[in-house]
Write a protein that binds this ligand. Structure first.
Ligand code: GDP
Ligand code: MN
Length: 378
Protein backbone atom coordinates (compact mmCIF):
# COMPACT_ATOMS: atom_id res chain seq x y z
CA UNK A 1 0.00 0.00 0.00
CA UNK A 2 1.29 3.43 -0.93
CA UNK A 3 1.03 6.48 1.25
CA UNK A 4 0.74 10.11 0.29
CA UNK A 5 3.70 12.40 0.82
CA UNK A 6 2.05 14.18 3.75
CA UNK A 7 1.31 10.85 5.45
CA UNK A 8 4.81 9.48 4.92
CA UNK A 9 6.24 12.78 6.18
CA UNK A 10 4.18 12.48 9.36
CA UNK A 11 5.56 8.98 9.97
CA UNK A 12 9.13 10.05 9.19
CA UNK A 13 8.83 12.89 11.68
CA UNK A 14 7.52 10.48 14.35
CA UNK A 15 10.80 8.64 13.83
CA UNK A 16 12.84 11.79 14.34
CA UNK A 17 13.42 12.91 10.73
CA UNK A 18 12.91 16.62 10.14
CA UNK A 19 10.32 17.10 7.41
CA UNK A 20 8.83 20.17 5.82
CA UNK A 21 5.55 20.06 7.73
CA UNK A 22 2.55 21.71 6.15
CA UNK A 23 -1.19 21.29 6.01
CA UNK A 24 -3.60 19.66 3.60
CA UNK A 25 -6.11 21.63 1.55
CA UNK A 26 -8.89 20.29 -0.62
CA UNK A 27 -10.06 23.68 -1.89
CA UNK A 28 -8.29 26.87 -3.08
CA UNK A 29 -9.87 28.71 -0.10
CA UNK A 30 -8.24 26.34 2.35
CA UNK A 31 -4.90 26.62 0.55
CA UNK A 32 -5.04 30.41 0.81
CA UNK A 33 -5.90 30.26 4.53
CA UNK A 34 -3.03 27.86 5.26
CA UNK A 35 -0.60 30.04 3.30
CA UNK A 36 -1.74 33.08 5.27
CA UNK A 37 -1.18 31.22 8.56
CA UNK A 38 2.25 30.06 7.50
CA UNK A 39 3.28 33.48 6.21
CA UNK A 40 6.00 34.04 3.61
CA UNK A 41 6.66 31.90 0.57
CA UNK A 42 4.89 28.54 0.47
CA UNK A 43 5.01 25.53 -1.78
CA UNK A 44 1.75 23.95 -3.01
CA UNK A 45 2.13 20.25 -3.84
CA UNK A 46 -0.24 17.74 -5.44
CA UNK A 47 -0.87 14.72 -3.21
CA UNK A 48 -1.15 11.72 -5.52
CA UNK A 49 0.38 8.25 -5.51
CA UNK A 50 2.89 8.95 -8.24
CA UNK A 51 6.25 10.62 -8.57
CA UNK A 52 7.31 13.25 -11.06
CA UNK A 53 4.77 15.72 -9.74
CA UNK A 54 7.28 18.53 -10.11
CA UNK A 55 7.78 17.89 -13.82
CA UNK A 56 4.04 17.54 -14.37
CA UNK A 57 3.38 20.99 -12.88
CA UNK A 58 2.01 19.62 -9.61
CA UNK A 59 4.51 21.50 -7.39
CA UNK A 60 4.37 25.31 -7.35
CA UNK A 61 5.98 28.00 -5.23
CA UNK A 62 3.69 30.84 -4.17
CA UNK A 63 4.85 34.19 -2.79
CA UNK A 64 1.51 35.35 -1.43
CA UNK A 65 -1.67 33.73 -0.05
CA UNK A 66 -3.46 34.80 -3.26
CA UNK A 67 -0.80 33.09 -5.35
CA UNK A 68 -1.21 29.96 -3.19
CA UNK A 69 -4.93 30.02 -3.96
CA UNK A 70 -4.20 30.28 -7.68
CA UNK A 71 -1.66 27.46 -7.51
CA UNK A 72 -4.20 25.26 -5.70
CA UNK A 73 -6.82 26.17 -8.32
CA UNK A 74 -4.49 24.96 -11.05
CA UNK A 75 -3.29 21.82 -9.28
CA UNK A 76 -6.56 20.54 -7.77
CA UNK A 77 -8.31 18.39 -10.36
CA UNK A 78 -5.13 18.00 -12.40
CA UNK A 79 -4.51 14.55 -13.91
CA UNK A 80 -0.96 13.42 -13.17
CA UNK A 81 -0.23 10.13 -14.95
CA UNK A 82 -3.80 8.99 -14.50
CA UNK A 83 -4.07 10.19 -10.89
CA UNK A 84 -6.59 12.95 -10.24
CA UNK A 85 -5.41 15.48 -7.65
CA UNK A 86 -7.93 15.81 -4.82
CA UNK A 87 -5.65 17.25 -2.14
CA UNK A 88 -2.70 19.61 -2.02
CA UNK A 89 -0.08 20.04 0.66
CA UNK A 90 0.72 23.64 1.53
CA UNK A 91 4.11 23.89 3.26
CA UNK A 92 6.68 26.58 3.98
CA UNK A 93 8.90 27.36 1.00
CA UNK A 94 12.44 26.19 1.53
CA UNK A 95 15.70 27.76 0.41
CA UNK A 96 17.55 24.81 -1.14
CA UNK A 97 21.36 24.69 -1.32
CA UNK A 98 21.79 21.04 -2.36
CA UNK A 99 19.44 18.16 -3.21
CA UNK A 100 20.20 14.51 -2.44
CA UNK A 101 18.44 11.21 -2.87
CA UNK A 102 18.14 8.77 0.03
CA UNK A 103 16.11 5.56 0.07
CA UNK A 104 15.80 2.18 1.74
CA UNK A 105 14.32 -0.81 -0.03
CA UNK A 106 14.70 -4.56 -0.44
CA UNK A 107 17.31 -5.94 -2.82
CA UNK A 108 15.65 -9.21 -3.73
CA UNK A 109 18.62 -10.57 -5.62
CA UNK A 110 20.95 -10.02 -2.64
CA UNK A 111 18.25 -10.90 -0.13
CA UNK A 112 19.11 -7.92 2.02
CA UNK A 113 17.81 -4.44 2.59
CA UNK A 114 19.73 -1.82 0.72
CA UNK A 115 20.34 1.85 1.40
CA UNK A 116 20.63 3.93 -1.76
CA UNK A 117 21.94 7.46 -1.91
CA UNK A 118 22.87 9.91 -4.62
CA UNK A 119 24.12 13.46 -4.89
CA UNK A 120 21.71 13.79 -7.82
CA UNK A 121 18.59 14.38 -5.78
CA UNK A 122 15.33 15.81 -7.04
CA UNK A 123 15.64 13.79 -10.25
CA UNK A 124 13.74 10.51 -10.37
CA UNK A 125 16.03 7.74 -9.18
CA UNK A 126 14.97 5.44 -12.04
CA UNK A 127 16.32 8.04 -14.44
CA UNK A 128 19.65 8.29 -12.60
CA UNK A 129 19.84 4.48 -12.44
CA UNK A 130 19.30 4.28 -16.19
CA UNK A 131 21.57 7.07 -17.34
CA UNK A 132 24.26 7.46 -14.66
CA UNK A 133 24.17 4.29 -12.54
CA UNK A 134 27.62 5.08 -11.12
CA UNK A 135 26.06 8.09 -9.38
CA UNK A 136 24.06 5.86 -7.04
CA UNK A 137 25.72 4.61 -3.88
CA UNK A 138 24.42 1.31 -2.49
CA UNK A 139 25.03 -0.17 0.94
CA UNK A 140 23.58 -3.54 1.91
CA UNK A 141 22.36 -3.89 5.47
CA UNK A 142 22.74 -7.08 7.45
CA UNK A 143 19.20 -7.77 8.72
CA UNK A 144 20.55 -9.02 12.07
CA UNK A 145 22.96 -6.17 12.72
CA UNK A 146 21.07 -3.25 11.23
CA UNK A 147 22.85 -0.13 10.00
CA UNK A 148 26.34 0.31 11.46
CA UNK A 149 27.08 3.91 12.43
CA UNK A 150 30.26 3.74 10.32
CA UNK A 151 28.23 2.51 7.37
CA UNK A 152 25.90 5.52 7.50
CA UNK A 153 28.89 7.89 7.76
CA UNK A 154 30.64 6.08 4.92
CA UNK A 155 27.70 6.82 2.61
CA UNK A 156 27.97 10.48 3.60
CA UNK A 157 31.67 10.57 2.71
CA UNK A 158 31.00 8.85 -0.62
CA UNK A 159 28.44 11.56 -1.38
CA UNK A 160 31.22 14.09 -0.88
CA UNK A 161 29.64 15.78 2.13
CA UNK A 162 31.64 18.26 4.19
CA UNK A 163 32.86 16.72 7.47
CA UNK A 164 30.53 18.88 9.57
CA UNK A 165 27.50 17.56 7.66
CA UNK A 166 28.30 13.88 8.15
CA UNK A 167 26.78 13.18 11.56
CA UNK A 168 23.49 14.91 10.71
CA UNK A 169 23.27 12.90 7.52
CA UNK A 170 24.18 9.62 9.24
CA UNK A 171 21.39 10.15 11.78
CA UNK A 172 18.86 10.50 8.96
CA UNK A 173 20.12 7.30 7.30
CA UNK A 174 19.76 5.46 10.61
CA UNK A 175 16.23 6.83 11.19
CA UNK A 176 15.04 6.15 7.66
CA UNK A 177 16.19 2.54 8.05
CA UNK A 178 14.54 2.30 11.50
CA UNK A 179 11.30 3.62 10.00
CA UNK A 180 11.51 1.06 7.21
CA UNK A 181 11.87 -1.81 9.70
CA UNK A 182 9.47 -0.57 12.37
CA UNK A 183 6.64 0.18 9.93
CA UNK A 184 7.10 -2.95 7.78
CA UNK A 185 7.76 -0.82 4.72
CA UNK A 186 9.05 -2.10 1.40
CA UNK A 187 10.27 1.40 0.57
CA UNK A 188 11.13 4.52 2.53
CA UNK A 189 12.46 7.33 0.36
CA UNK A 190 13.40 11.00 0.64
CA UNK A 191 13.87 12.73 -2.70
CA UNK A 192 15.05 15.36 -2.37
CA UNK A 193 16.74 15.31 1.00
CA UNK A 194 18.06 18.86 1.09
CA UNK A 195 20.70 20.95 2.73
CA UNK A 196 19.05 24.32 3.24
CA UNK A 197 20.74 27.65 2.67
CA UNK A 198 21.20 27.72 6.46
CA UNK A 199 23.08 24.41 6.28
CA UNK A 200 20.37 22.23 7.82
CA UNK A 201 19.11 18.83 6.72
CA UNK A 202 15.46 18.66 5.73
CA UNK A 203 13.33 15.97 4.08
CA UNK A 204 11.56 17.92 1.35
CA UNK A 205 9.62 14.96 -0.01
CA UNK A 206 8.57 11.67 1.57
CA UNK A 207 7.58 8.41 -0.03
CA UNK A 208 6.63 5.18 1.65
CA UNK A 209 5.20 1.83 0.59
CA UNK A 210 3.93 -0.58 3.23
CA UNK A 211 4.02 -4.36 2.84
CA UNK A 212 0.33 -5.28 2.43
CA UNK A 213 0.90 -8.55 4.25
CA UNK A 214 2.05 -6.70 7.37
CA UNK A 215 -0.74 -4.11 7.41
CA UNK A 216 -2.66 -6.04 10.06
CA UNK A 217 0.11 -5.06 12.48
CA UNK A 218 -0.34 -1.36 11.67
CA UNK A 219 -3.96 -0.27 12.06
CA UNK A 220 -2.79 3.36 12.13
CA UNK A 221 -1.28 2.94 8.65
CA UNK A 222 -4.27 0.97 7.34
CA UNK A 223 -6.39 3.96 8.36
CA UNK A 224 -4.29 6.10 5.98
CA UNK A 225 -5.44 4.08 2.97
CA UNK A 226 -6.79 6.37 0.26
CA UNK A 227 -9.54 4.50 -1.57
CA UNK A 228 -9.57 7.13 -4.34
CA UNK A 229 -6.06 6.01 -5.29
CA UNK A 230 -6.84 2.30 -5.49
CA UNK A 231 -7.95 0.30 -8.50
CA UNK A 232 -11.71 -0.21 -8.03
CA UNK A 233 -11.60 -3.83 -9.20
CA UNK A 234 -8.67 -4.71 -6.94
CA UNK A 235 -10.55 -3.15 -4.03
CA UNK A 236 -13.66 -5.14 -4.87
CA UNK A 237 -11.54 -8.32 -5.00
CA UNK A 238 -9.96 -7.68 -1.62
CA UNK A 239 -13.40 -7.46 -0.03
CA UNK A 240 -14.21 -10.93 -1.38
CA UNK A 241 -10.95 -12.52 -0.28
CA UNK A 242 -9.72 -12.85 -3.87
CA UNK A 243 -6.17 -11.82 -4.76
CA UNK A 244 -6.40 -9.82 -7.95
CA UNK A 245 -3.89 -7.72 -9.81
CA UNK A 246 -4.88 -6.04 -13.04
CA UNK A 247 -2.45 -6.41 -15.94
CA UNK A 248 -2.37 -5.17 -19.51
CA UNK A 249 -3.13 -8.29 -21.60
CA UNK A 250 -6.34 -9.81 -22.97
CA UNK A 251 -6.55 -13.26 -21.37
CA UNK A 252 -8.48 -13.27 -18.13
CA UNK A 253 -7.16 -15.84 -15.64
CA UNK A 254 -9.12 -17.52 -12.85
CA UNK A 255 -6.96 -19.87 -10.81
CA UNK A 256 -6.90 -21.51 -7.38
CA UNK A 257 -3.65 -20.94 -5.55
CA UNK A 258 -1.13 -18.13 -5.91
CA UNK A 259 1.69 -20.33 -7.22
CA UNK A 260 -0.53 -21.92 -9.84
CA UNK A 261 -1.80 -18.46 -10.80
CA UNK A 262 1.80 -17.36 -11.44
CA UNK A 263 2.51 -20.52 -13.43
CA UNK A 264 -0.66 -19.94 -15.46
CA UNK A 265 0.52 -16.48 -16.47
CA UNK A 266 3.86 -17.99 -17.50
CA UNK A 267 2.07 -20.62 -19.59
CA UNK A 268 -0.03 -17.95 -21.31
CA UNK A 269 3.11 -15.97 -22.12
CA UNK A 270 4.91 -19.08 -23.31
CA UNK A 271 2.19 -19.51 -25.92
CA UNK A 272 2.53 -15.93 -27.07
CA UNK A 273 -0.39 -14.48 -25.11
CA UNK A 274 -0.63 -11.76 -22.49
CA UNK A 275 -2.52 -12.26 -19.22
CA UNK A 276 -5.10 -9.59 -18.37
CA UNK A 277 -4.75 -10.25 -14.67
CA UNK A 278 -3.42 -12.30 -11.82
CA UNK A 279 -6.28 -13.92 -9.93
CA UNK A 280 -6.22 -16.39 -7.06
CA UNK A 281 -9.73 -17.36 -5.94
CA UNK A 282 -8.28 -18.66 -2.69
CA UNK A 283 -8.87 -22.03 -1.01
CA UNK A 284 -12.35 -23.22 -1.98
CA UNK A 285 -13.95 -22.25 -5.23
CA UNK A 286 -17.62 -21.91 -4.35
CA UNK A 287 -20.15 -20.68 -6.88
CA UNK A 288 -20.07 -17.34 -5.06
CA UNK A 289 -16.30 -17.00 -5.38
CA UNK A 290 -16.25 -18.11 -9.01
CA UNK A 291 -19.13 -15.78 -9.89
CA UNK A 292 -17.24 -12.96 -8.19
CA UNK A 293 -14.09 -13.91 -10.14
CA UNK A 294 -16.02 -13.85 -13.44
CA UNK A 295 -17.31 -10.42 -12.48
CA UNK A 296 -13.80 -9.12 -11.76
CA UNK A 297 -12.31 -10.52 -14.95
CA UNK A 298 -15.08 -9.44 -17.29
CA UNK A 299 -15.11 -5.91 -15.83
CA UNK A 300 -11.98 -5.43 -17.93
CA UNK A 301 -13.03 -4.55 -21.52
CA UNK A 302 -9.68 -5.85 -22.86
CA UNK A 303 -10.48 -9.45 -21.93
CA UNK A 304 -11.05 -11.60 -25.04
CA UNK A 305 -10.89 -15.06 -23.50
CA UNK A 306 -10.95 -16.56 -20.01
CA UNK A 307 -8.64 -19.32 -18.84
CA UNK A 308 -9.80 -21.18 -15.74
CA UNK A 309 -7.05 -23.31 -14.23
CA UNK A 310 -7.99 -25.45 -11.23
CA UNK A 311 -5.93 -28.12 -9.60
CA UNK A 312 -7.96 -30.07 -7.07
CA UNK A 313 -5.89 -30.77 -3.99
CA UNK A 314 -8.07 -30.24 -0.96
CA UNK A 315 -10.47 -28.46 -3.30
CA UNK A 316 -12.59 -31.07 -5.09
CA UNK A 317 -12.92 -30.83 -8.85
CA UNK A 318 -16.62 -31.67 -8.90
CA UNK A 319 -17.40 -28.90 -6.41
CA UNK A 320 -15.42 -26.41 -8.47
CA UNK A 321 -17.20 -27.50 -11.65
CA UNK A 322 -20.51 -27.05 -9.83
CA UNK A 323 -19.36 -23.58 -8.84
CA UNK A 324 -18.39 -22.68 -12.43
CA UNK A 325 -21.71 -23.96 -13.80
CA UNK A 326 -23.73 -22.09 -11.18
CA UNK A 327 -21.69 -18.93 -11.63
CA UNK A 328 -22.28 -19.02 -15.39
CA UNK A 329 -26.03 -19.18 -14.73
CA UNK A 330 -25.72 -15.98 -12.77
CA UNK A 331 -23.12 -13.99 -14.69
CA UNK A 332 -23.43 -13.34 -18.38
CA UNK A 333 -19.98 -14.10 -19.83
CA UNK A 334 -19.61 -13.07 -23.48
CA UNK A 335 -16.06 -14.29 -24.18
CA UNK A 336 -14.87 -17.87 -24.81
CA UNK A 337 -13.92 -19.86 -21.69
CA UNK A 338 -11.20 -22.51 -21.57
CA UNK A 339 -11.03 -24.78 -18.54
CA UNK A 340 -8.23 -26.93 -17.21
CA UNK A 341 -9.34 -29.17 -14.39
CA UNK A 342 -7.28 -31.90 -12.81
CA UNK A 343 -6.63 -33.48 -9.41
CA UNK A 344 -9.16 -34.72 -6.89
CA UNK A 345 -12.53 -35.65 -8.48
CA UNK A 346 -11.51 -33.93 -11.70
CA UNK A 347 -13.15 -36.54 -13.88
CA UNK A 348 -16.56 -35.99 -12.26
CA UNK A 349 -15.93 -32.28 -12.57
CA UNK A 350 -15.17 -32.42 -16.29
CA UNK A 351 -18.29 -34.50 -16.85
CA UNK A 352 -20.36 -31.93 -15.03
CA UNK A 353 -18.83 -29.13 -17.08
CA UNK A 354 -19.48 -31.03 -20.33
CA UNK A 355 -23.15 -31.30 -19.36
CA UNK A 356 -23.11 -27.53 -19.10
CA UNK A 357 -21.54 -27.08 -22.50
CA UNK A 358 -17.96 -26.46 -21.35
CA UNK A 359 -15.17 -28.78 -22.44
CA UNK A 360 -12.28 -29.06 -19.99
CA UNK A 361 -8.79 -30.40 -20.48
CA UNK A 362 -6.41 -31.90 -17.91
CA UNK A 363 -3.37 -30.24 -19.43
CA UNK A 364 -2.46 -26.74 -18.35
CA UNK A 365 -0.21 -26.33 -21.37
CA UNK A 366 -3.01 -27.28 -23.75
CA UNK A 367 -5.49 -25.00 -21.99
CA UNK A 368 -3.10 -22.03 -22.16
CA UNK A 369 -2.54 -22.62 -25.89
CA UNK A 370 -6.30 -22.85 -26.47
CA UNK A 371 -6.95 -19.66 -24.52
CA UNK A 372 -4.34 -17.76 -26.54
CA UNK A 373 -5.90 -19.06 -29.76
CA UNK A 374 -9.42 -18.15 -28.60
CA UNK A 375 -8.30 -14.63 -27.72
CA UNK A 376 -6.71 -14.20 -31.14
CA UNK A 377 -9.79 -15.46 -32.93
CA UNK A 378 -12.10 -13.19 -30.94
P1 GDP B 1 8.13 14.95 -7.07
O1 GDP B 1 8.50 15.62 -8.34
O2 GDP B 1 6.80 14.25 -7.18
O3 GDP B 1 9.18 14.02 -6.57
O4 GDP B 1 7.91 16.10 -5.98
P2 GDP B 1 8.96 16.75 -4.96
O5 GDP B 1 8.30 16.94 -3.67
O6 GDP B 1 10.22 16.01 -4.92
O7 GDP B 1 9.21 18.20 -5.60
C1 GDP B 1 9.84 18.36 -6.84
C2 GDP B 1 10.87 19.46 -6.79
O8 GDP B 1 10.28 20.67 -6.43
C3 GDP B 1 11.95 19.23 -5.75
O9 GDP B 1 12.99 18.42 -6.23
C4 GDP B 1 12.43 20.65 -5.50
O10 GDP B 1 13.43 20.99 -6.43
C5 GDP B 1 11.21 21.48 -5.76
N1 GDP B 1 10.65 21.96 -4.47
C6 GDP B 1 9.79 21.32 -3.65
N2 GDP B 1 9.55 22.02 -2.53
C7 GDP B 1 10.29 23.18 -2.65
C8 GDP B 1 10.50 24.33 -1.83
O11 GDP B 1 9.97 24.47 -0.74
N3 GDP B 1 11.38 25.27 -2.31
C9 GDP B 1 12.00 25.17 -3.51
N4 GDP B 1 12.82 26.13 -3.91
N5 GDP B 1 11.83 24.11 -4.30
C10 GDP B 1 11.00 23.11 -3.89
MN1 MN C 1 10.39 13.88 -5.03
Amino acid sequence: MNLHEYQAAEIFSRHGIRTNAGKIATTPDEAEAIARDLGGIVVVKAQVHTGGRGKAGGVKLARTPEAAREAAETILGMDIRGHIVRKVLVAPGVDIAREFYLGVTLDRARRQNVIMASAEGGVEIEEVARERPERIIRALVDPMLGVHPWQARQIGFELGLDPDKISGFAAIVQRLYDTYIAEDATLTEINPLVLTGAGEWLALDAKMTIDDNALFRHPDLEAMRDLDEENATELDARHSGISFVKLEGDIGCIVNGAGLAMATMDAVKLHGGEPANFLDVGGGASADQVAKAFGLVTADPNVRAILINIFGGITRGDIVAQGIAEALDRVNVQVPIVVRLSGTNAEEGRKLLAENGLAATTSMDEAAAQAVQAARAA
